[in-house]
Design a protein around this ligand. Structure first.
Ligand code: NAD
Length: 370
């Protein structure tokens, strides 16, 4: 039986509540499908601060480095608003991204037919939407130096951020996008601002060269990022995979997220470079939502974003494509049957709690697996 090392970092707020529903899936897969998941647990965020005085301990960082994949819940909450900046809950997530060198952030925007009416766009524009935004996560203007506010001495200050990309960074993120496109609709749209930014000119050149060298079977289009934002709300189904930098990816993926309805539905994956020997990538999977302190402890959080993040983990870290497909189908079937948590219930449906939603998906997944 294969051994698959998985580290669970539930975190704070609704993170542990949502993670419990994934635990049930894992237990079933180990017992009935011989999946061979070997689980470790750790603390991150405020819950790690309370125990270790750090947002993630060295021991848990070592577990993350040794795992095949990390499943992350959410961090943060008012309880930790006043802790020192360097040990604030979010620092644990940033440390994980940095030390695991997770340079590729994958955010699917899937609109389940049953939820199409909840989108802020017209139903026919979003029904059946299935796009994937691949965002560069470790470079660009969020990290470039100099990054400072300087006093000009004349009553004025100057804020400086620096957008920097090197060839290798653009090559590796576009390579991820092309490879993923091959497993989907085989189309990539690269977005930058080459009309006004030198880093955009280089981005365009390198993506074009990477495509010509290794991925000519994939269709490549280029679009200015502002036009891309407009097209995302005008006609989102025209896209398959979008690849873009850290800043534009941050904004465009939030725009795409809103096409699909609720924050409680959205999974994400962050991937590192393939290991030279094994070919496997370091990876962290997490819902897009935060710790939702306003509903934490009430048992009403939607666990679907966390469960769909686990589906991404099955697909991208363990190549368990059939199981990932079945889990995503189970989620769609549960939504089709009208079962809803409070965030997606609307006016006319009585919502179920976290556990009932998790059980409904698990039972459907079992039915599809038999
Ligand atoms: P949030 O995503 O936690 O919540 C926003 C709103 O969406 C809230 O009303 C919440 O109740 C609702 N919501 C979110 N997830 C839901 C779910 N699964 N089911 C039902 N409703 C859901 O964002 P926020 O309120 O801005 O931030 C709360 C805390 O989370 C802050 O401390 C913030 O720093 C942190 N945060 C953490 C992450 C992360 O861990 N990756 C991401 C974003 C925010």
């Amino acid at each position: 039986m294969a051994t698959r090392k998985l580290l669970l970092l539930p975190g704070d707020g609704i993170g542990p509540e949502a993670m419990n529903e994934v635990r049930k899936l894992i237990a079933y897969m180990n017992e009935d499908l011989q999946a061979g998941f070997e689980l470790e647990e750790g603390l991150v965020g405020g819950s790690a601060y309370d125990v270790h005085g750090q947002s993630i301990s060295e021991a848990d960082m070592q577990k993350a480095l040794g795992a095949d994949a990390v499943l992350f819940g959410a961090v943060g909450g008012p309880k930790w608003d006043d802790v020192p900046y360097e040990v604030r809950p979010e620092a644990g997530l940033l440390r994980l991204r940095k030390d695991l060198q997770l340079f590729a952030n994958l955010r699917p925007a899937i609109c389940y037919p049953a939820l199409a009416s909840a989108s802020s766009l017209k139903q026919e524009l979003v029904e059946g939407l299935d796009i994937l935004i691949v965002r560069e996560l470790t470079g660009g203007v969020y990290f470039g130096e100099p990054k400072e506010i300087i006093d000009l001495g004349n009553g004025q200050k100057r804020g400086i951020d620096t957008q920097i990309y090197d060839t290798y960074e653009i090559e590796r993120i576009s390579g991820v996008a092309f490879e993923l496109a091959r497993t989907r609709g085989n189309r990539v749209t690269s977005m930058e601002k080459r009309n006004v930014m030198k880093s955009g000119v280089l981005w365009n050149d390198v993506v074009t060269a990477t495509h010509a060298a290794s991925y000519q079977d994939v269709q490549l289009d280029h679009m200015l990022a502002d036009a891309g934002g407009m097209q995302l709300v005008r006609q989102p189904k025209q896209f398959d995979v979008i690849v873009t930098d850290n800043l534009f990816g941050d904004m465009l993926s939030d725009v795409a997220a809103m096409l699909t309805g609720s924050l409680g539905m959205l999974p994400s994956a962050s991937l590192g470079a393939p290991d030279d020997v094994t070919g496997t990538r370091k990876a962290l999977y997490e819902p897009v939502h935060g710790s939702a302190p306003d509903i934490a402890g009430k048992g009403i959080a939607n666990p679907i974003a966390m469960m769909a993040s686990f589906a991404m983990c099955l697909r991208y870290s363990f190549n368990m494509v059939a199981e990932a497909d079945r889990l995503e189908s189970a989620i769609a079937a549960v939504l089709d049957s009208g079962i809803r948590t409070v965030d997606i219930a609307g006016e006319s449906i009585t919502p179920v709690g976290t556990t009932q939603m998790g059980d409904a998906v698990l039972n459907q997944f079992k039915a599809l697996s038999n």
